[in-house]
Write a protein that binds this ligand. Structure first.
Ligand code: HPA
Length: 278
């Protein structure tokens, strides 16, 4: 059994050999949000399946590719597609790509996801900057940091008083303003899925203080904070989760809404990341 540190080193050495890019910014793209990857001036594309120790992405809307290149002039590594808990992946496999970005030299992580809107003031296709999160599965025992801790990677009890970097949040707002885009801000709650929630569950999640709900992102944020990366994350509101007016969920509609709203996300992230290279 090799150690996690050794597996990360092996994967990072493999990718360093496959591409010349040296990036400090890593980007993880969520469901239906792969178009940002096409904005990258790519130097190399590597299918996840070829990367040592990386479990392959399986969900239909996730292509599963590592892209190295520049975005808005800034060197980036982009993970197009991610692993989800509902697919049956282990949490340490889910957060392996984030730890790999750190091993590759990234100190900044940009995440995106599709999420259900719980805040009644939100509309379909809205873009929301994540200010804070509720790790609902984590509170019940599903947490990527459960198990032995490698002190060389990060502390046993990482701080979560401000998981989303204040400076990056301000820069994201500035980028949205410069692009004339309305950027909301709020709390993301993670559920495991894969079923969507009942009306009673949406009511409960709203009462817990969440503005949007989704099935990803939080494990990656925790792993990134554990290794000391700065994090900024965006949700696209792909369905409205108002208990009194709940419509039957359609994955096709969720993906179509994500695709329609994607230019907003792409615009903000490109500006934001472009500014980080200066
Ligand atoms: N619930 C959970 N995850 C989601 C939703 C939702 O309504 N929409 C998109 N991802």
């Amino acid at each position: 059994m090799t150690t996690l540190a050794a597996r990360l080193q092996e994967a990072a050495a493999f990718l360093h050999k496959r591409c010349k890019t040296r990036a400090r910014v890593g980007i993880v793209l969520g469901t239906g949000l792969g178009a940002l990857g096409k904005e990258v001036q790519a130097e190399a594309r590597v299918p996840f399946a070829q990367i040592p120790h990386m479990a392959g992405a399986t969900v239909q809307s996730h292509s599963g590719e590592f892209v190295a290149g520049t975005l808005g002039g800034t060197p980036v590594f982009v993970l197009e597609g991610r692993l989800h808990y509902y697919e049956g992946h282990r949490l340490d496999d889910i957060v392996f790509p984030v730890r790999l970005l750190k091993a590759l030299g990234c100190d900044t992580l940009v995440l995106s996801n599709a999420a259900g809107g719980l805040n009644p003031g939100f509309s379909l296709g809205d873009l929301m900057l994540i200010d804070d999160h509720i790790n609902l599965p984590g509170l019940c025992g599903v947490n990527p940091l459960v198990g032995p801790n490698d002190e060389a990677m990060g502390p046993r009890f990482p701080d979560m008083s401000a998981p989303y970097d204040r400076e990056l949040k301000a820069a994201a707002h500035a980028a949205a303003k410069a692009g004339g885009l309305n950027l909301r801000e709020g709390v993301y709650v993670m559920v495991t899925g894969p079923n969507l929630e009942t009306r009673a569950e949406y009511r409960m999640l709203r009462n817990l203080g969440a503005d949007v709900v989704g099935m990803s992102t939080v494990p990656e944020v925790i792993a990134a904070r554990h290794v000391g990366m700065r994090v900024v994350a965006f949700s696209i509101v792909t369905d409205l989760c108002i208990p009194e007016a709940l419509e039957e969920a359609s994955l096709d509609r969720i993906i179509a809404t994500a695709a329609a709203a994607e230019p907003k996300l792409t615009g903000v992230v490109k500006r934001l990341v472009g500014g980080l290279g200066r």
